[in-house]
Design a protein around this ligand. Sequence first.
Ligand SMILES: Nc1ncnc2c1ncn2[C@@H]1O[C@H](COP(=O)(O)OP(=O)(O)OP(=O)(O)O)[C@@H](O)[C@H]1O
Ligand SMILES: [Mg+2]
Length: 236
Amino acid sequence: MTSQTTTAYELIGVSRSFGTGDAAVHAVRDVNLHIAAGEFVAIVGPSGSGKTTLLQLLGALDRPTAGKVLFEGRDLAGLSESASADVRLHALGFVFQQFNLIPTLTARQNVEVALAPLKTGGSARRAKAEELLDRVGLYSRVGHLPSQLSGGEQQRVAIARALASEPRVLLADEPTGNLDSATGDDVMELLRALSADEGLTVVLITHDDEIAASAPRVVRVRDGELVATDNAVVAP
Ligand SMILES: Nc1ncnc2c1ncn2[C@@H]1O[C@H](COP(=O)(O)OP(=O)(O)OP(=O)(O)O)[C@@H](O)[C@H]1O
Ligand SMILES: [Mg+2]
């Protein structure tokens, strides 16, 4: 089916509420959104607007209380626990504001950790980790500990780690939140290149309008609702 090869996500009337009655929090409200495979989308909105909740739904880490999240044509809520774990492990990569690197392991070993569940053995694992670090421009830093890397370099290691399973989609929650603006721009440029050159679908959330503006497509959320979609640049 053509739609499965060109569509990464289709969100249909997606809501996610927490609690009930007067105490209910409607974190995501009736969101309709289409994300094509290979697209780079920034979802921007203020603190508490539902961005992380939305990303958790895209990441098969949570389920909507109403509506459907279709990933490559499949309703994520319809998957068994093991099938959704499989989607997370093989199809999706995750990057967060905190780099979450293991401080006692080198850059290469931090990436190797993510290759372990994929059962890549010994020397192949080492070679693959080095290749991934090369892709994010860190080949010369493979033997460095996180404490010997700048913040931007640590986030690149985290991106290399997220790419370990060759995911089709990268989901990034405030990946530039701990970086100064120049370093944040470099990380955005890396993500843009991964999307443009390798066809990776990137969904990035941020509260920072300037960061969002460097993405080819910007989706705005406020109080859990999608308020505007802006296709500033048409992908080549
Ligand atoms: N597990 C939960 N239980 C109850 N309420 C929650 C839960 N997760 C999120 N919320 C609420 O949903 C709303 C949206 O939260 P969310 O974390 O998605 O916002 P955000 O846009 O990511 O904010 P920030 O920019 O500060 O990270 C908030 O009011 C939050 O308190
Ligand atoms: Mg958040």
